[in-house]
Ligand binder design. Structure first.
Ligand SMILES: NC(=O)C1=CN([C@@H]2O[C@H](COP(=O)(O)OP(=O)(O)OC[C@H]3O[C@@H](n4cnc5c(N)ncnc54)[C@H](OP(=O)(O)O)[C@@H]3O)[C@@H](O)[C@H]2O)C=CC1
Ligand SMILES: O=C(O)[C@@H]1CCC=N1
Length: 269
């Protein structure tokens, strides 16, 4: 990250806000002011990071180059208007699920420069992926700044169609939860088969970590890596016949993503 970045204002230092902050920190960020009323947020303070409890505590004259909106979508109407005053030169980067560019601009001023982005929690270790769309008032320089901030926590892809952000939210935004659920289910299955708890946990975790590392290091795609595990007539083939039955993972996963996509659309206004 360049060391000429303007100051940043992070509104909401919860799970995702703090993950972004950790990613920026690791990369070497410019100064960040965090607004968050939660007592837990005070722990985010450190070199170049100041935490205040409300917008009223922002020092007079503070002029952030970017305001990152990381509060719950349900808090937006209450929280956002206090930041409309920064709209003169700051780019607003919303990571709120569902909230559209128009809905955000309605809370900040119709001419506000708004980027809608969907990161995920691996941002905390700079392994995230963010998909973003820029609103019509975002200048090229503001888009470059947003790109630099979001790319500091992992991969970034920009899209032209805002409608894509709903399935993106369902797939990569929430995706880490599905992977962690798999770890939980593998651990439980190990316990059910009589394995000692510590071993069941270690196997589940390291299998996910090692598989992700193999996928990252390999030129082969996921299907080829799956086939490489699956000996004809062997044990994995039996398990996959259960998991890949039409009414099992393929149907269930498609339904789950559809449900999350619809929820993102419901949160739009
Ligand atoms: N978690 C995830 O994996 C992802 C989340 N997102 C999006 O990120 C946003 C934040 O989610 P997440 O981090 O999970 O939620 P959290 O509840 O962990 O974080 C939100 C934080 O905002 C604080 N807060 C509440 N009101 C205000 C306010 N008026 N001003 C400033 N801060 C306030 C909350 O404090 P308190 O707890 O005291 O209310 C909390 O610390 C959401 O919009 C979500 O859709 C996007 C991608 C992934
Ligand atoms: O569950 C949510 O609504 C947010 C958006 C993606 C991940 N967490």
């Amino acid at each position: 990250m360049s060391n000429t970045l303007p100051s940043l204002l992070l509104v909401g230092g919860g799970r995702m806000g703090s993950a972004l902050l950790a990613g920026w920190r690791e990369r070497g960020l410019s100064s960040v002011l965090v607004v968050d009323p939660s007592p837990a947020a005070a722990a985010l303070a450190g070199p170049n990071v100041t935490v205040v409890a409300s917008a009223a505590d922002i020092p007079h004259g503070f002029a952030p180059g970017a305001v990152i909106l990381a509060v719950k979508p349900q808090m937006a109407a209450q929280a956002l208007p206090a930041y409309a005053r920064f709209g003169g030169h700051a780019v607003f980067i919303s990571i709120m699920a569902g909230k559209t560019l128009n809905a955000i601009a309605a809370m900040l001023g119709v001419k506000a420069a708004v980027v809608r982005a969907m990161p995920n929690t691996p941002a905390a270790v700079r392994q995230g992926i963010t998909v973003a769309v820029a609103g019509s008032h975002v200048t090229p320089a503001q888009k470059t700044l947003a790109d630099e901030l979001l790319a500091a926590t992992g991969l970034i892809s920009w899209v032209e169609s805002e409608a894509m952000l709903d399935p993106v939210t369902a797939i990569s935004g929430g995706g880490p939860a599905y992977v962690f659920l798999l770890a939980e289910l593998m651990e439980q299955a190990g316990l059910d088969q009589g394995l000692p708890p510590a071993l069941a946990r270690q196997m589940a975790r390291q299998t996910l970590i090692g598989s992700a590392a193999l996928l990252a290091a390999s030129d082969e795609d996921a299907a080829a890596l799956r086939i490489a595990v699956t000996s004809p007539g062997g044990t994995t083939e039996r398990a996959l016949a259960v998991l890949r039955a039409d009414d099992a993972w393929p149907e269930t996963f498609a339904k789950a993503i559809q449900a999350a996509t619809e929820r993102s659309r419901e949160l739009s206004s």
